[in-house]
Design a protein around this ligand. Structure first.
Ligand code: 13P
Ligand code: SF4
Length: 328
């Protein structure tokens, strides 16, 4: 098999990736939670909304998606004529895993008067069972466009759903999923860190539980947190999301100090997303060479899932890159 062919290393590996992306007319998209080496070589680094928009607009023949599977699936749903490859097909997501389509379908059937507003971190099947998809940067804008008397099921992230529900005083039926990465931050350790840096604001992703979000000065998506990092006053920021995003902050603001919020062991190592970490430079090079592993989606399912994603893109237009959920 080609995949077993020995790959170059170091500078040669980067040169090989550059050669392959030209040869295959490929675009490399990366999420902020990828390792710095991957972020630095990507054609575009962004949050979930920006990456879907980029996937929908690119004229490349191949999208090499350095993120997790639901993100690569989204790219394929929006750009079916393109080849979409994911360096490691096991790069899943605990939120997607928490929401099996048959259980979600049964839940919807129990609540026929509710619409399903669903976080993009879910399977294609769950997208097909949903009315509108949201990302953390578009959720607020989209929720505000839904009439107040419309009943809502929000899944699969109960923390993002709970945060929106509290902020907008809007009751929603919440699916009980969590992100294992954001769930691992420790309130006790965060408060200890805050004591050491009393002037440092805390920026948190809304996938964090209320025990973390309630201490935050800013709550928003990855792109929103990056914007906050560029504008906050002071020299130190505590960052409560997956720590690889700090790479972008250190590049943009080398004179400021960014500290990852701690987990229960007092450091942030438990907050590295184990799924994102499966993608490596070696696997990226191999997937560009082999155009495998490739995302394939049955056409009927794709068209059904595209409806809720198109609705998101339509309702979110104008919010591009703002990524701002603000503060409850
Ligand atoms: P955003 O980049 O859209 O904030 O999403 C964060 C995340 O957890 C992706 O899995
Ligand atoms: Fe899923 Fe959490 Fe990893 Fe994002 S950080 S991919 S939500 S497990």
């Amino acid at each position: 098999m080609k995949a077993e062919t020995k790959l170059p290393t170091g500078e040669d590996l980067l040169a090989e990736i550059n050669r392959l992306r030209k040869e295959k007319n490929a675009i490399i998209l990366a999420h902020y939670y990828q390792t710095p080496d991957i972020q630095d070589l990507a054609d575009f680094v962004g949050d979930s909304l920006q990456l879907s928009q980029m996937a929908a607009e690119t004229d490349a023949d191949v999208i090499a998606f350095c993120g997790v599977k639901f993100m690569a699936d989204t790219a394929k749903i929006l750009s079916p004529e393109k080849i979409v490859v994911l360096p490691d097909m096991d790069a899943g997501c605990s939120l997607e895993d928490s929401c099996p389509p048959e259980k979600f379908k049964a839940f919807r059937e129990k609540h026929p008067d509710h619409i399903a507003l669903t976080y993009i971190n879910c399977s294609t099947e769950v997208k097909a069972l949903s009315d509108v998809i949201v990302t953390s940067s578009s959720a607020e804008t989209i929720l505000q466009q839904i009439p107040k008397d419309q009943k809502i099921i929000f899944g699969p992230d109960r923390h993002l759903g709970g945060y929106l529900s509290r902020k907008f005083d809007r009751e929603m039926l919440l699916w009980p999923g969590v992100c294992i990465v954001h769930e691992a931050f420790s309130e006790t350790e965060l408060l200890k860190l805050k004591e050491q840096h009393p002037d440092a604001p805390i920026a948190a992703h809304p996938e964090c539980p209320p025990t973390i979000v309630d201490h935050a000065d800013y709550v928003g998506s990855t792109s929103g947190i990056l914007q906050f990092a560029e504008t906050f006053e002071g020299d130190t920021l505590i960052v409560a999301t997956e720590p690889h995003i700090i790479h972008q902050m250190e590049k943009a603001l080398p004179n400021k100090n960014f500290i990852g919020a701690p987990g229960a062991d007092g450091n942030c190592s438990c907050n590295i997303c184990p799924y994102m970490a499966l993608n490596t430079m070696e696997k990226l090079s191999a997937c560009l060479r082999d155009l495998e592993p490739r995302i394939e989606i049955e056409e009927g399912l794709r068209l059904q899932a595209k409806k809720s994603l198109d609705k998101m893109l339509e309702l979110a237009s104008g919010t591009v890159g703002q990524g701002d959920l603000g503060k409850v």
